[in-house]
Design a protein around this ligand. Structure first.
Ligand code: NAP
Length: 536
């Protein structure tokens, strides 16, 4: 089992002791005592007085003196370092972290560490041989890892660098497996920064001996560290195993996405062996393609599916086409996709691209009316807006035979969209926004951002617009849960469909492709409603 390690700085002894107690009480597997700026006497006292862990044993500790050259605060001599290692051994630390540079430099350090560390009978701390680069991927990464792995006298190779992109985080995970196979050594490979977070989130799947996490936000010792609660609760730490399938959401930014919360909870509920992670990928197509290529090609990744969000929906369709995958007909006509499936049955390895936004919207709409998508044929729908969301919904409505009128601030865009989908097979026309109050549609769908948080007073329809009980008002906005548009319609007895329902349904279709099982939509709804409760 991959241990979760909480870093604690020993700089201020009283504060450090409080953190050690909090870590022990939290059920942390291990702590890292960062002794960079502490006196050796303080290090000895903290180690000696450290609390017991949940199992009644002394809290397992990694003792680390991180040098200034590698992003820490230690500027002492190799003699001090050797004394620190001896204190760690005397106080029964589980590991000592010794930088590869110091190990190579100091014969005395190697000799004294060998005398007290890593005895074959299990006595003495195990040595972690480490190297860190906060500026980026070391040019000699492979050579450095090889040299470290071939060095005798240590138990774990640890390498960390600031990742430039997701592909580097994947490379770190791949290194772990290579070092295990080639040298029979355990390895911790960490890529720092938001783009590198994957190497931490999947550390358990890739059987790293440990990874680092914080007890709470704002206490990170390196950028990109998740919290213990996120690893355990959100990213299915205990369920991760080598065979675990990987899914994720690719976008920029992606930190706010609620997809990891709903999909991971769903995997847990239906017993699917998978984990769903955020993949922050910068806007260029090349960055998108290299991230997805790296994920696909990484041995043992078992990539199952990706949700794709802004700004990569057009990149996704291009990528699937260029890699020889298939795209469903309506999604191809819409021209953007938000889902890529990596097929495991039949044509294993082949890609399948689809747009679940239109299908989610139609399912939300039809569901609220107590009908199926097919029953939308002949209904009259007013779509407000002519952007990306409107395009997918207009295409879906026309495909299922509804008659659609598009109202948009810029009339030319409404006309162009109407012309493109008119007669496919439903009729699609454009009308002037000023004539909206006179329209006599069955369904009104807001596809503009008017009313979205934080400008919640915005509304896409006139405030005195009349809605009868037979009408349906659907807002694609999901934050806030109930927009001004929906409040106006609901007050007059119309059926309302909140945007959260579209999000739930599009996610449910993705989930079914990822897992082959029905999505627990009630769980999805409950999670989203909890996240989106006011105050916003
Ligand atoms: P988009 O491509 O930027 O299109 C925005 C549309 O809104 C355009 O037609 C634009 O008109 C119109 N618009 C923007 N500001 C306006 C204003 N002040 N007054 C009148 N019209 C205005 O955006 P999108 O991707 O389609 O997203 C639109 C909405 O859909 C967003 O609110 C988003 O939250 C929602 N959405 C929800 C889901 C879900 O799962 N629930 C999924 C996707 C999108 P012009 O053509 O004149 O610029």
């Amino acid at each position: 089992m991959t241990a979760i390690v909480i870093p604690i700085f020993a700089d201020h002894p009283d504060e450090a002791m409080t953190h050690l107690r909090a870590a022990a009480a939290s059920g942390a597997d291990m702590v890292e005592l960062r002794c960079d700026r502490a006196s050796l006497e303080t290090v000895r006292r903290l180690l000696r007085q450290r609390p017991e862990s949940a199992g009644g044993k002394r809290l397992p500790v990694i003792v680390t003196f991180r040098s200034v050259a590698e992003g820490g605060g230690f500027s002492g001599t190799d003699e001090m370092l050797a004394c620190g290692v001896e204190i760690a051994a005397a106080e029964q630390a589980a590991y000592v972290d010794i930088e590869f540079a110091a190990w190579r430099r100091s014969e005395a350090l190697r000799r004294r560490a060998a005398a007290v560390c890593g005895h074959p009978d299990g006595a003495g701390p195990r040595v972690i041989l480490s190297a860190h680069d906060f500026s980026g991927r070391p040019a000699d990464l492979r050579e450095r890892v090889q040299a470290m792995a071939e060095t005798p006298g240590h138990a774990v190779v640890k390498i960390a660098w600031k990742a430039a992109n997701v592909a580097e985080a994947v490379e770190a995970l791949q290194l772990v497996e290579e070092v295990r196979q080639r040298y029979g050594r355990e390895m911790v490979a960490l890529t720092m920064g938001e783009s590198g977070q994957l190497s931490r989130l999947l550390a358990a799947k890739f059987r790293q001996p440990f990874t680092f996490a914080t007890l709470s936000r704002g206490e990170e010792s390196a950028p990109g560290q998740p919290t213990v609660a996120e690893l355990r609760g959100l990213y299915r730490w205990e369920a991760q195993a080598s065979r675990t399938a990987v899914c994720g959401v690719i976008g920029w930014p992606v930190g706010h996405s609620m997809s990891p919360a709903i999909h991971n909870a769903g995997f847990e509920q239906v017993g699917f062996d998978g984990v769903y992670v955020p993949l922050p990928v910068e806007p260029a197509y090349e960055t998108f393609a290299s991230a997805v290529d790296a994920l696909r090609d990484c041995p043992g990744m078992n990539l199952r599916g990706l949700s794709v969000t802004i700004p990569h929906k057009e990149h996704a369709i291009r990528y699937v086409r260029e890699r020889g995958g298939r795209i469903d007909e309506l999604s191809a006509h819409i021209g953007v996709i938000n889902t890529i499936i990596f097929e495991t049955q039949g044509q294993a390895g082949r890609l399948y691209g689809l747009n679940t936004d239109y299908a989610g919207a139609l399912d939300a709409l039809a569901g609220a009316m107590g009908k199926r998508r097919e029953d939308l044929a002949g209904k009259r729908a007013a779509v407000l807006g002519a952007g990306g969301a409107a395009r997918a919904i207009v295409a879906g409505l026309a495909h299922y035979g509804a008659a659609t009128v598009i109202y948009n601030r810029t009339p030319e865009r409404a006309r162009a969209l109407a012309e493109e989908f008119n007669g496919t097979p439903g009729e699609v026309a454009a009308a002037l926004l000023e004539s909206l109050s006179e329209s006599c549609c069955d369904v009104y769908i807001n596809c503009t951002p008017l009313g979205m948080h934080p400008k919640i007073e915005g509304c896409p329809v006139p405030e005195d617009m009349t809605f009868s009980r037979e009408k349906v008002a659907f807002d694609t906005i999901y934050n806030p849960l109930e927009t001004k548009f929906l409040r106006i319609a609901a007050a007059q007895g119309a059926t309302t469909v909140p945007g959260v329902e579209m999000f739930v349904r599009q996610g449910a279709i993705q989930f079914e492709h990822f897992t082959g099982r029905p999505a627990p939509v009630d769980t999805f709804r409950a999670i989203l409603r909890k996240h989106l409760q006011p105050p916003w």
